[in-house]
Design a protein around this ligand. Sequence first.
Ligand SMILES: [Zn+2]
Length: 278
Amino acid sequence: MPELPEVETVANGVHQRVHGQTITGVEISNNPQTFKSPPDEIADLLTKSRIDRVHRVGKTIVADLTLPYTGKKTGKNTSATAQFLIHLGMTGRLLVSAPETPVPSHTHAILSLSGGKELRFVDPRRFGRLSVSHNAYTGPGREPLTISLEDFIALFRNRKTPIKAALLNQSLLHGVGNIYADEALFHAGIRPRRQAGRLTRDELTRLRAALIKVLKHAIKLGGSSVSDYVDADGVAGFFQLHHRVYSRTGEPCRTCSTPIERIVVGGRSTHFCPTCQK
Ligand SMILES: [Zn+2]
């Protein structure tokens, strides 16, 4: 499952390759579960629209569109805008391909671009979702990379759930998944089962800094391998990070050599160092 850094990496890579281009044609598969908006509506809205910017909101990739001008002249810039939303799900990939490159199986959308290439959405397991929106999509929760310290602290006030579960609650912070929640708690020295509302101001300050650090570090690593995700002939799969605790059950902590423990919090596999985290 791609997490925030992977989604940002893909969004940035697609942006570099397609922004400023107009969509000259749209082909869409007939797989109903892929489309959260009616496929015809998606095709209609995208055709002849210009992709101004591709960016990430939570774990959703958002393409800002300027729609083709259809109204009558008013002398003002009345271009309408909309957004194309792409959620990668478990296995979704966006590829920027030459038209002659064979279309992979499980391709659910092909956007022909004025630059001569195609933007393809491929998703074997079909948990990915495509939709269009006329309003600016803001996602379910707050953005972990830009939230202020005071707002971050306020998110957890009076919360009786374990901090690990609160970090994964997408209506609080969006885009934080299992790997980076575990890694951030390790770097902040906080045990995952601690009650969110009982963390001190100092601990929450450390946690926010740790979360931003691990997410930005992963984005930086991903940035150098961006072509692997979006160029047609690239290798599938996401970069592997040097995790401190995630998925290292029983292995020695890289700081103190204590074996990493695995517990289940809020139904999710959770990893921590019993010595470094209090
Ligand atoms: Zn340790």
